[in-house]
Design a protein around this ligand. Structure first.
Ligand code: ATP
Length: 442
C-alpha cells in the first residue's frame, strides 16, 4: 500500500478551481488534510483553513485559536465561522451541529471554489452502518460521495478511501499537532457508541471491515445512480410542468416499486425531503386502487398532497391560505404580492383586459365569495364561476385562492384564466394580461 501523500488531493481537484477551503476542526484527520494541501505547490495562495465554532463546548474557542496558529505557521489563510448549533424540536444535537456547520460552509463557496472535508474510510463505514440501522434504501446506503455539488461550488472528500491507520501514521511521521475532542470518547452519541463499543469487536472478527463496507457503499451508490437516472428519464412522462402535478392517468404500466420511486423523485423536485415509507405506501395504494379523488389529504413537511381528476398535487400549505382582504391596485404597480406567497403580475398583451378601462377605474383584487358570474367573450349567457372552474378542471382548493380582479367594483377578470366580455379587448399595446404564480416561480 503506497504511503499517503498529496496526490490524493491533486487527483480530485478540478483544474479550474479558484479558492480551496479546508474544513479544519483541529482534529487529527483535518490536520492531515490541511498538511497534504500545503504540500501541493499548485495550491499556494489558494488555501483557506476554516474553523467552525459551534459554541457547544467550553473548549471550542481554544480549538479555534489552535487552528488559527497552525494555519499561520503553515502560511495559509484562516477563517473562523461562528454558528448557532442549538437543536430544534426532535433534532439530535449531532445533527443540529452538522446542519449548522454545512449551512455556514456552503455560503463560503463561489463558482469554481471547492471545500475539502477530511472524512475517511472508517467514517464512511460508520455512516453506512448508521443508515442501515435506520432502515435506509440504496441512496442512504451509498454513504457519503467523494465529490458533490455544494452551494455554488463543490465539496470534495479526498480521504474517503484512506484507512484511519494511514492517516495516523502520516500525522506521526510528519510530527503534526492536533487537538483531541473529549466528547469523541462519550458513547452517548450513536456514532461514538458505534465507533467506541461496537466496531472494535466487529473488526477483531472481520479485520477488513472498513474496506468491504466501503465497497458496499460504492455498489449501493452505483445502484442509486441508475435508479435516479431511470426516475429522471421517466418522470417527464407523468409530470405536468404547467402546474407541477403528477399525472396518474396512465400508471398501469408501472409496478408499485416503480411508482414509489417516481413519487419520491417527484416530491424531491417539489423541494421535499424523501418522505417516510408509510406516506409513500399510502400514496401508492391510493393510486393503484384507482378510486377517483379518494386520496385522503396527506400533510408532510409543510405541504399538502391532494388528488383531483387523475392528478396528484403537492401544494405548500401557506399558499392554501385565502388572502381574505380586498386590496387596491395602484396604477403604477406592475405586480401585487399576496399574503399566501402568490404574486399577481400585470404585463402588456395584444388581447386581454382593456388598458384604457384599467387606467380609468379603481382596480381591486379580492378572493372568491361564492355566487360570482361572468360573461365570457364569444360565449352566450352568463356563467357561474363554479361551473367555469369545473369545466376548466381547476382543482377545488385553487378556486378559493385564485384572485378575482374588479374594475370600478365590477368583476373584470379571474387571474390567469378569464376576462369578462365587457372588459375584454383585442388591440396591440392596448391590453393587459394577468399572471398568477407562486412567488418562487416568478
Ligand atoms: N468545527 C469544525 N470546523 C471545521 N470543519 C469541521 C469541524 N468539525 C468537523 N469538520 C469537518 O468535517 C469533517 C467530519 O467531521 P467529524 O466530526 O467526523 O470530524 P472530527 O472528528 O471533529 O475532526 P477531524 O476530522 O479533523 O479529526 C472533519 O474531518 C472536518 O473536515
Amino acid at each position: 500500500m503506497p504511503d499517503l501523500n498529496s496526490q490524493v488531493i491533486a487527483a480530485l481537484l478540478p483544474v479550474t478551481c479558484r479558492k480551496v477551503f479546508v474544513a479544519y476542526s483541529g482534529g487529527l484527520d483535518s490536520t492531515v488534510l490541511l498538511d497534504l494541501c500545503v504540500g501541493l505547490p499548485s495550491l499556494t495562495g489558494k488555501i483557506i483553513a476554516v474553523y467552525v465554532d459551534h459554541g457547544l463546548q467550553a473548549e471550542s474557542v481554544g480549538w479555534g485559536d489552535h487552528c488559527r496558529r497552525q494555519a499561520e505557521s503553515l502560511g495559509v489563510d484562516f477563517q473562523l465561522l461562528t454558528v448557532d448549533a442549538r437543536a430544534s424540536n426532535g433534532e439530535s444535537p449531532e445533527a443540529a451541529a452538522r446542519e449548522a456547520r454545512y449551512r455556514a460552509l456552503r455560503q463560503l463557496l463561489a463558482v469554481d471554489d471547492v471545500i475539502l472535508l477530511a472524512q475517511h474510510r472508517e467514517d464512511q463505514m460508520e455512516t453506512l452502518l448508521l443508515q442501515l440501522f435506520r432502515g435506509a434504501g440504496v441512496s442512504g446506503l451509498a454513504g457519503m460521495p467523494i465529490t458533490s455539488a455544494f452551494g455554488n461550488g463543490q465539496l470534495l472528500r479526498p480521504l474517503l478511501d484512506v484507512a484511519k491507520v494511514d492517516i495516523q501514521r502520516y500525522a506521526q511521521t510528519q510530527g503534526l499537532q492536533w487537538v483531541e475532542d473529549p466528547s469523541n470518547q462519550s458513547s452517548d452519541f450513536d456514532r461514538n457508541y458505534l465507533r467506541n463499543e461496537i466496531l472494535p469487536v466487529l473488526k477483531q472478527r472481520w479485520p477488513a471491515l472498513d474496506k468491504t463496507v466501503a465497497r458496499s457503499a460504492k455498489l449501493c451508490g452505483d445502484a442509486a445512480q441508475m435508479i435516479e437516472a431511470w426516475a429522471k428519464q421517466t418522470l417527464p412522462t407523468v409530470f405536468d410542468s404547467t402546474d407541477g402535478s403528477f399525472n396518474i392517468a396512465d400508471l398501469s404500466i408501472l409496478t408499485a416499486t416503480q411508482m414509489n420511486c417516481l413519487l419520491r423523485h417527484w416530491l424531491g423536485r417539489m423541494g421535499l425531503k424523501p418522505p417516510s415509507q408509510a406516506v409513500l405506501q399510502t400514496l401508492v395504494e391510493q393510486l393503484t386502487t384507482g378510486r377517483a379523488d379518494a386520496l385522503p389529504q396527506i400533510n408532510i413537511q409543510g405541504h399538502s398532497i391532494r388528488k383531483y381528476r387523475q392528478k396528484l398535487y403537492c401544494i405548500p400549505e401557506l399558499s392554501l391560505q385565502k388572502d381574505a382582504q380586498i386590496k387596491c391596485w395602484a396604477p403604477e404597480q406592475e405586480q401585487m404580492r399576496l399574503s399566501n406567497g402568490y404574486v399577481l403580475r400585470r404585463s402588456a398583451a395584444s388581447a386581454g383586459l382593456s388598458k384604457d378601462l384599467w387606467q380609468n377605474a379603481l382596480v381591486t383584487v379580492a378572493p372568491r365569495r361564492g355566487g360570482e358570474k361572468l360573461k365570457l367573450p364569444g360565449r352566450a349567457g352568463h356563467h357561474c364561476l363554479k361551473k367555469l372552474y369545473q369545466e376548466a378542471g381547476v382543482p377545488p382548493w385553487e378556486r378559493d385562492i385564485r384572485p378575482l380582479v374588479y374594475l370600478g367594483g365590477c368583476l373584470a377578470a379571474v387571474a390567469g384564466l378569464w376576462v369578462a366580455e365587457w372588459a375584454w379587448l383585442r388591440a396591440a399595446d392596448a391590453c393587459y394580461q394577468l399572471d398568477w404564480r407562486a412567488s418562487e416561480s416568478v
